[in-house]
Design a protein around this ligand. Structure first.
Ligand SMILES: [Fe+2]
Length: 160
């Protein structure tokens, strides 16, 4: 049994920020794997590009820790581990010609999870009056939304 230690909205916010850092670290690992698994140069390039953006997102999260005087640390993120596991399991079952489609679909699922995570952080950040943190989180959210759109249009393109 996990001991109940989150008692205030601020404590919950800090915990969710630490979970978000694990989420982005998991994304770095997942994008490496998806870039390797993808067949076409275009899809590989898309994952590599997003890998660079994810490093910027990690940097923004670290700045958010600083802005609230919280030591940089991580908290468990079983959801993102599960998304990566599902990607690996579907890739294993798929013929090589399906790999771009599988990789794009899995990345799209991950993006939508990240979008929800940032939305869930931005609302309390605003309520707590943390305008600097809100701006950093919004920058990450904007990138995730843009990436999800890129993944969706690339998926459309490869299946056309
Ligand atoms: Fe991300």
């Amino acid at each position: 049994m996990v001991r109940q230690t989150l008692d205030t909205p601020t404590e919950l916010f800090h915990f969710q920020l630490r979970t978000a850092l694990t989420m982005e670290n998991d994304s770095l690992a997942a994008l490496e794997e998806l870039a390797k698994a993808a067949k076409s140069a275009e899809v590989k390039k898309l994952f590599r590009h997003h890998l660079g953006e994810t490093k910027e997102q990690v940097a923004n999260l670290r700045k958010a820790f600083d802005a609230v005087d919280l030591k940089v640390s991580t908290a468990p993120s079983p959801s993102t581990k599960g998304i990566s596991k599902q990607a690996a399991s579907t890739l294993e079952r798929s013929a090589p010609k399906l790999r771009d489609q599988v990789a794009l679909s899995c990345a799209l699922g991950n993006e939508h999870y990240e979008i929800a995570a940032y939305q869930s952080l931005i609302v309390p950040a605003q309520t707590l009056g943390l305008s600097d943190v809100t701006a950093l989180l919004q920058a990450n959210l904007d990138q995730e939304v843009h990436t999800s759109e890129e993944l969706r249009t690339t998926l459309q393109k490869i299946l056309a």
